[in-house]
Design a protein around this ligand. Structure first.
Ligand SMILES: [Zn+2]
Length: 288
């Protein structure tokens, strides 16, 4: 069960990495409530976070959240929070921690700074689900949990994938951007296109197929049409090879049969005695 969850979290973090361009060390904004919860449960929050997102990370806490912890007078929690990097939120007077976190994460509907948010505040999580690309972590009893990809994130991710795949067909610039991101070779493609006059979109799709196995998997799901074509060609190749092989083997067998037959016939006709002697010799050897 635990392994299954780790796998799905890893998969999710890959979406944040590739689609939303998150980079290690991931910045995790922790709120005062999760720090309190973990502190009270003697749960190692740093270990938990690393285990959950399975990558290098940097927990941080806003000025307003640490102020809320000071107000709680829970010294253990305060000491814990002090070890985290302080995120300046520029709220001169501390505001509601949830409001504070929302103000630094949701910038015009975008998670501009690419924060992971670890919060016990359900209302805040609900609000942040509306912003595409906000990984949300919370403590469910004694287990640290990452929320599944929000609808907003999933929608964004799907749109991004289709844009990446079909962009090249209608918009040459979109294709170029994809190429650059995937490390495609402009020069090579240009040359090939110029030579055989093949449609450029097709070439561009072929470009990123090789180096990144993760993107291939995604494309298989996202675009069965283009992939189906590849599979067909592969199948054709396989079939061709099979035919060739079978033809070869058949031909070989036929030749062998023919030559073998003729040889044995010749042997029998020319030197019947010799063959009989060799047979007898073989018999003798076997007996000895
Ligand atoms: Zn603040």
């Amino acid at each position: 069960m635990r392994q299954k969850r780790a796998k799905s979290y890893k998969k999710q973090m890959n979406v944040y990495h590739y689609t939303f361009k998150f980079r290690e060390p991931y910045q995790i904004v922790v709120d005062n409530e999760i720090v309190l919860t973990c502190s009270n449960a003697s749960y190692d929050i740093s270990k938990g976070l690393t285990r959950t997102i399975q990558a290098e990370n940097k927990p941080m806490i806003t000025q307003c959240c640490i102020q809320a912890l000071y107000n709680s007078k829970n010294q253990d929690a305060i000491n814990l929070a002090k070890t985290y990097e302080r995120r300046k939120c520029n709220h001169r007077e501390a505001i509601d921690p949830a409001e504070c976190i929302k103000s630094i994460v949701d910038i015009k509907g975008e998670n501009k700074h690419r924060y992971v948010v670890a919060t016990q505040n359900l209302d805040l999580r609900r609000k942040l689900r509306q912003v595409p690309g906000v990984p949300l972590i919370y403590m469910n009893r004694s287990v640290m949990v990452m929320e599944p990809l929000s609808d907003a994130s999933a929608k964004y991710s799907e749109e991004w994938e289709t844009k990446k795949l079909t962009g090249g067909l209608n918009d040459l610039q979109a294709g170029k951007v994809v190429e650059n991101e995937e490390g495609g070779d402009d020069g090579d493609n240009g040359g090939v296109n110029g030579e055989d006059g093949a449609p450029p979109a097709r070439k561009k799709r072929k470009g990123p197929k090789g180096p990144n196995p993760l993107s291939i998997k995604k494309k298989k799901k996202a675009d069965p049409v283009s992939n189906g074509g590849n599979e067909d060609s592969e199948k054709k190749n396989r079939r061709k090879r099979k035919h060739k092989k079978s033809e070869e083997t058949r031909g070989g067998e036929g030749e062998e049969g023919e030559t073998g037959g003729s040889k044995s016939d010749e042997d029998n006709k020319r030197q019947p005695t010799e063959s009989s002697t060799t047979q007898s010799n073989a018999d003798q050897e076997e007996v000895v």
